[in-house]
Design a protein around this ligand. Structure first.
Ligand code: HSE
Length: 449
């Protein structure tokens, strides 16, 4: 084994950075044996050097991150700060000074991954970011390397633990969204400002990264259609149950049927209870990959937290260090396919639409006609009449063309066959114009069938 150590600089020392430091220190001998040389933590850039960080050598702390990445003797920079700037500049500076970079920064990779990969190649160094998507779960390397000989057609994932926790609570306790969010906040899953999670920004960044790698195409967060979960109601969850489904916040990256384009989207959706993703509870993450030769693969585990994220960072660090020793670099960006990313309107899937309608003869036929006019085929219709006071009055299952108590209101739940998202949107716009449709209570896609 080489005795001269490989030098590592750490940018950021919060929950993940502290855990990276702890593992680097406590597992030093094993890491050295696996790499073939010892690894030395040469400096840690932080904003608040006086904050107490247990197990972190105070003499390594510096507030000058730029000077640290410019040292020239650093082999690998580990970036766990997050955000776009100043991190992008720090990473490119590190590349220019000969360091490989291991990052957990999904926002940066989803915004500017292609540029960063190009800078890494120019400087003959590695850029690894396993920790940026779904924490501890190995996904980037399996997609980029293990499946490099296969053709991935779909990636369907639960990649945000906070929203999975919220939806799981709503499903298991009947709680509403706000109540479930409060519990997620109290338990430390949701942040004080939960926007990035509940509005789907976090998952959209991860979807962009996964789609790019899976389809050998450049995909940024701007290409990802995004809908949050704040409007999911206890009624939607109950309705999903009635059709043998569960509501999950999904990141879906798909090749089109003709294989000539791809789509990437993040939104709540119903999936059958029999689907492997349906059993992913609490704050766990899981990603389901469908590849032509491999078939269906499922990756499951903890998607956040100090130790799980540090596990992914350390795996990348070992790989980057091994490459440094061998004077080589690992698999980088593969974007040769350059498939266009289609808009959401081109997506084809099934829909569950809940309407409040007047309960009088002909309404069902009127609604069915609007679907037909837009070429959207109805699979099932369920009507639930309500009395004037608004209380439930028992459901009746019936086919199109039925009617029930005149003068009242009814909930109409329509589940469609597969249709284009644009056609479904046009259908809903037309439905809203009908006098007999009092409101569109919810629209949810049905996936994973
Ligand atoms: N906030 C994310 C989650 C973890 O809830 O899964 C970091 O991406």
């Amino acid at each position: 084994m080489r005795t001269r150590p490989l030098k590592v600089a750490l940018l950021g020392c919060g929950v993940v950075g502290s855990e990276v430091t702890r593992i680097l220190t406590t597992q030093a001998d094993d890491l050295a044996a696996r790499i073939g040389a010892p690894v030395e933590l040469a400096g840690i850039a932080v904003r608040r050097p006086h904050r107490v960080r247990e197990g972190v050598p105070a003499e390594l702390l510096t507030t000058d991150a730029t000077a640290l990445v410019k040292r020239g003797d650093i082999d690998v920079v580990v970036e766990v700060i997050g955000g776009i700037e100043p991190v992008r500049t720090l990473i490119t500076t590190a590349f220019e000074h000969g360091a490989s970079v291991v990052s957990a920064n999904k926002a940066l990779l989803a915004a500017d991954g292609a540029n960063l990969h190009a800078r890494a190649v120019e400087n003959g160094v590695d850029l690894y970011y396993e920790a940026a998507v779904a924490g501890a779960i190995p996904l980037i390397r399996p997609l980029r390397e293990s499946l490099a000989g296969d053709k991935v057609n779909r990636v369907l994932g639960i990649v945000n633990g906070t929203t999975n926790f919220i939806l799981d609570k709503m499903d298991s306790t009947g709680a509403g969204y706000s109540e479930a969010l409060d519990e997620a906040t109290a338990l430390g899953y949701a942040e004080a400002d939960p926007t990035a999670d509940v509005e789907g920004f976090d998952a959209a960044a991860k979807a962009a990264i996964l789609a790019g790698i899976a389809f050998h195409t450049r995909v940024t967060i701007d290409d990802v259609h995004r809908e949050g979960l704040t409007e999911v109601t206890a009624g939607d969850i109950a309705s999903a149950r009635k059709m043998g489904c569960i509501v999950k916040m999904l990141a879906i990256c798909e090749r089109s049927a003709d294989g000539r384009s791809v789509t990437a989207r993040v939104h709540p959706a119903m999936i059958p209870l029999s689907h492997p993703l349906a059993s992913v509870r609490e704050a766990y993450n899981a990603v389901f990959v469908e590849a032509e030769a491999a078939g269906r693969l499922m990756f499951y585990g903890r998607g956040a937290g100090g130790a799980p994220t540090a596990s992914a960072v350390l795996g990348d660090l070992v790989a980057a260090c091994r490459n440094k020793l061998a004077a080589t670099t690992g698999a980088g960006e593969s974007a040769y396919a350059q498939l266009p990313v289609s808009p959401m309107g081109d997506v084809v899937t099934r829909y569950h639409i809940s309407l409040d309608v007047a309960d009088k003869p002909g309404v069902l036929a009127q609604v069915a006609t609007v679907f037909a006019e837009h070429g959207v085929s109805i699979d099932t219709v369920r009507q639930q009449s309500r009395n004037q006071g608004g209380g439930d009055e028992g459901a009746v299952e019936q086919g199109a063309g039925g009617g029930r108590r005149e003068g009242g209101e009814a909930s109409l739940v329509v589940v469609t066959h597969r249709a284009q998202d644009a056609a479904l949107s046009a259908t809903v716009s037309s439905l809203r114009k009908l006098d007999t449709v009092r409101g569109v209570a919810s629209i949810m896609r049905v996936e994973g069938e």
